[in-house]
Each structure stands twice: as C-alpha cells, then as structure tokens.
Design a binder for this molecule. Structure first.
Ligand code: RP5
Length: 163
C-alpha cells in the first residue's frame, strides 16, 4: 500500500505482520498523512533493507515505523543506517507472546535509538509518527497539531462519558 509522496515509511519483516502493522497505517490515514507500506526483512532481504534505510530520507520520508516479530532486528538495523526517527513495533508471534519481539527491539545500544511502542502497539506508533510530524514549522505540522489536540479532547470526552 502506498500513497503519494509518503512522509512515513511503514515497514515490516513479513507480510504476516500486516494484521498488526495495518493499525499504524490506519492511524496515519485518519490524520491524512501520506505513507508507504513495504515488507523489508532484515534477515531474508538484508541488502534491500539496508538500501531502504539509507535512502528513505532522500525520498522525503520523515519517520520510519518498523515492525517485526521474534528475533526482531529490523527497527534497530534501520536505525543504524538512517538519520530518521525510527519507531519500533514488537509484533507478537504464537510463541513467547511477543516478549522476544519486545526485547529484541527495545534493548538498543546507546547511540542507535529506536522509540519502541508496546507489543502489538502499532496504532500508537502511527499516532507517535503524527506527533513527530506535528513538531515541524510547516503547514502540515500546524494542521496536525490542531487535529491532535482535537483527538486528545475526544479521548477525554469518551473517558468522561464512560463515567
Ligand atoms: C519476522 O519473522 C517477521 O517480522 C515476522 O514477524 C516473523 C515470521 O515471519 P513469517 O514466517 O510469517 O514470514 O522476521
């Protein structure tokens, strides 16, 4: 799935990660943020993965959301070659409840940052990407700030209505 001039790259180790990662894509779509979605496996297509990481910023991508399960090296490997912020999504597999994915992504060495969300937390990854884009000085950023404030207000209202 790709929209024009993507600002966010949503990548994953396998198409089997899509049921989780689509939540990030849906959050981006809610805010009208152009994104691309690709399978770029660290282990099965390492050269493509490194090329993606090295070139994404040159194509106008501003944030990378990377999800993987098991020995989930994709977010960290991308972070090692890109200047962009990388948000890591631990994808839960049938074994180990996603703890392996979480620990593979979160425990990065100093100097190679990955902003890790919760196991299966792809929606928050999309929302975090929106917030990162909202820090800019461009028109998109101002629009996103306004919409994110409305979004937070709606969330509070839903909580209040629940009592
Ligand atoms: C990881 O291996 C992928 O990110 C996926 O979560 C997991 C299983 O992949 P498949 O065997 O389903 O392709 O690299």
């Amino acid at each position: 799935m790709t929209t024009p001039a993507p600002l966010v790259g949503v990548v994953m180790g396998s198409d089997s990660d899509w049921p989780v990662m689509r939540l990030a894509a849906e959050a981006l779509a809610e805010f009208g943020i152009p994104f691309e979605a690709d399978v770029v496996s660290a282990h099965r297509m390492p050269e493509d993965m490194i090329a993606y990481g090295k070139q994404a910023h040159e194509r106008g991508v501003r944030v990378i959301i990377a999800g993987a399960g098991g020995a989930a090296h994709l977010p960290g490997m991308l972070a090692s070659v890109t200047p962009l912020p990388v948000i890591g999504v631990p994808v839960p597999l049938k074994t180990l409840d996603g703890m392996d994915s979480l620990l593979s992504i979160v425990q990065m060495p100093a100097g190679v940052p990955v902003a890790t969300v919760s196991i299966g937390g792809a929606r928050n990854a999309g929302l975090l990407a929106a917030r990162i884009l909202a820090t800019g000085t461009d028109e998109l950023a101002a629009d996103l700030r306004a919409r994110l404030l409305d979004f937070a207000s709606d969330l509070r209202q839903v909580a209040a209505d629940k009592g």
